[in-house]
Write a protein that binds this ligand. Structure first.
Ligand code: AR6
Length: 187
């Protein structure tokens, strides 16, 4: 499944580069320093230019599971929401909750700033080694719940870098859709 409608909002999955997205905000898979790194973080700072780092330096870092916003510099997206996912150890150190919190807080920050469209990379599944299938389930379920609760967000796009990551998110989105349907029937 590549697309799921929830009320007047939509979740979509694409394969691509997070820095090229035309949504109001793109999300950065940052670290607690907010001072840059590799992967998505490196790509965003390279494409967006030094204005983003200059703003990040004023933010005093970001806790794991939280999110903070800057402008988008030279990016097409006008805003970058920097969130910090957990470093995966064994799944028994609060990693699932912290990953869900990173998605939830990113959406809350978007809503608080009046944004309606947002693109996420697959947080924590690169350098932070969160297993992709589990991370994809947490990502799609957390976002679906937030959209169902009503957040003013009309589009959440997951931008996956590889075909195998996209396939994992397709499976997860189908599972999330089935879970939502079951809950609706119980009401
Ligand atoms: N567009 C979309 N997805 C990408 C891109 C891109 N341009 N580049 C990589 N990915 P990671 P994390 C995928 O490591 O695991 C940084 O050093 C990548 O294939 O960027 O949360 C930070 O400073 C993977 O599937 O984020 C932190 O220290 C996913 O994005 C640390 O890495 C996330 O990989 C954060 O690690």
């Amino acid at each position: 499944m590549r697309e799921l409608s929830i009320g007047s909002s939509r979740i979509e999955l694409v394969r691509g580069d997070i820095t090229a997205q035309d949504t109001d905000a793109i999300v950065n898979a940052a670290n607690t320093s907010l001072l840059g790194g590799g992967g998505v973080d490196g790509a965003i700072h390279r494409a967006g230019g030094p204005a983003i780092l200059a703003e990040c330096e004023q933010l005093g870092g970001c806790a794991t599971g939280d999110a903070k916003i800057t402008t988008g510099g030279r990016l097409t997206a006008k805003h970058v929401i920097h969130t910090v996912g957990p470093v995966y150890r064994d799944g028994r150190h609060g990693e699932p909750d912290l990953l869900a919190s990173a998605y939830r807080r990113s959406l809350e920050v978007a809503t608080a700033n009046g944004l309606t469209t947002i693109a996420f990379p697959s947080i924590s599944t690169g350098a932070y080694r969160f297993p992709i299938a589990a991370a994809a389930r947490i990502a799609t379920a957390t976002v679906a719940r937030a959209l169902r609760a009503g957040s003013g967000i009309t589009l959440v796009r997951f931008v996956l870098f590889s075909a195998t990551d996209l396939a994992a998110y397709e499976q997860a989105l189908a599972d999330t859709a089935a879970g939502l349907q079951k809950e609706e029937k119980k009401r």
